[in-house]
Ligand binder design. Structure first.
Ligand code: NAD
Length: 313
């Protein structure tokens, strides 16, 4: 069993990744500064002797380096980031510090202390608003936000360092992740998290446009499993893969599933489409299947049922 360091461990995807690593018998060193993450997300992990949690900013010079020097993990899963496209547009300097500078510190720490593998939380945002679907990894990279640009720059930084200094880098291009622990209070959270809270509170959801817009929604439990595979699967070659389902689901379909799970909820309210909203997004999943042996078996209906079952009523 390996020792894995996870940045952003107290976040939505990070805490599920920690839980899956511990369940698979690995030792986990978590890092978070609680910028958007929460200690409650790690309630189960904090009881495990194989887990330790360190509170600091990964974009702060030398902080990560000292921890990696001490712990000597076999792999780093780098999830800590400024996660909002809107916030990256409002504060591009902060986006650079948290989403590019921090990645450089991860690459440096891996190089200096012989970390064999780095797994990076990339995003479908690197592709921009392409209409050529499903999006393959070879599609043009045309980010339309500082956030997407920083993810693309981070991929290049890590892959270049990995090749030059002999460690394996896996870039995980997540599509729309949903599930328990996604913060519905955040102004930047995903649509499913907002819908879940509105349905739970008996309020009507607002759909901008006709509800026919589609996304590739992937359950966080599947994303966590993909992270474990990328960090631990033997003999992986460096590269980048979409972490998606390859299935498109419309907002009307999401609302219909919620209506079944929460009978008596008011019907959605339709509002004018917002300028700049992307109509359809869908990932091609073949590369992750071939390289990681990864498929995303959880249907949106099953993922939503789990979300509703675990949320406060
Ligand atoms: N949720 C999605 O649909 C999605 C899609 C594509 C990519 N991603 C990427 O996945 C990763 C995890 O996202 P998430 O949805 O779990 O968000 P999240 O906000 O729940 O998790 C991010 C975590 O990183 C921590 N963090 C942020 N900056 C830090 C810093 N400088 N030092 C230490 N800790 C720091 C936060 O406190 C938080 O716990 C991010 O890199 C994000 O860009 C997420």
């Amino acid at each position: 069993m390996a020792k894995i360091l996870v940045t952003g461990a107290a976040g939505f995807i990070g805490s599920h990744t920690v839980d899956h690593l511990l369940a698979a018998g690995h030792a986990v060193v978590g890092v978070d500064n609680f910028r958007t993450g929460r200690r409650e997300n790690l309630a189960v992990a904090l009881r495990a002797p194989a887990f330790s949690l360190h509170e600091f900013d990964v974009a702060q010079l030398d902080a990560l380096d000292r921890l990696v020097a001490k712990e000597r993990p076999a792999a780093i899963i780098h999830l800590a980031a400024l996660v909002s496209v809107q916030e990256s547009i409002a504060d591009p300097e902060l986006n650079f510090r948290l989403n590019v500078q921090a990645t450089q510190f991860v690459a440096e720490a891996a190089r200096r202390h012989g970390v064999a593998r780095v797994v990076f939380a990339s995003s479908a945002a690197i592709y921009g608003d392409t209409t050529d679907l499903p999006i393959r990894e070879t599609a043009a990279k045309m980010p339309i936000s500082p956030y997407g640009a920083a993810k693309l720059a981070s991929e290049a930084l890590l892959l270049g360092h990995g090749t030059a200094y002999g460690f394996t880098v896996r870039c995980q291009r997540y599509f729309n992740v949903f599930g328990p622990r996604q913060d519905p209070a955040s102004p930047y959270t995903g649509v499913i998290s907002i819908f879940e809270r509105r349905y739970r509170e008996g309020q009507a959801v607002t759909i901008f446009g006709d509800g026919g817009q589609t996304r590739d929604f992937i359950a966080v439990r599947d994303v966590a499993r993909a992270n474990v595979l990328a960090a631990t699967h033997p003999g992986l070659a460096p590269g980048a893969a979409n972490i998606c389902t390859g299935r498109a689901t419309s907002l009307l379909e999401i609302a219909a599933i919620f209506a079944q799970l929460r009978p008596g909820a008011p019907a959605p309210v339709l509002a004018p489409m917002r300028p700049g909203d992307i109509r359809h997004s869908l990932g091609a999943r073949a590369v992750a299947a071939a390289e990681l042996g990864f498929t995303a078996p959880t249907s949106v209906a099953d993922g939503l049922a789990e979300l509703v079952a675990t949320s406060r009523t």
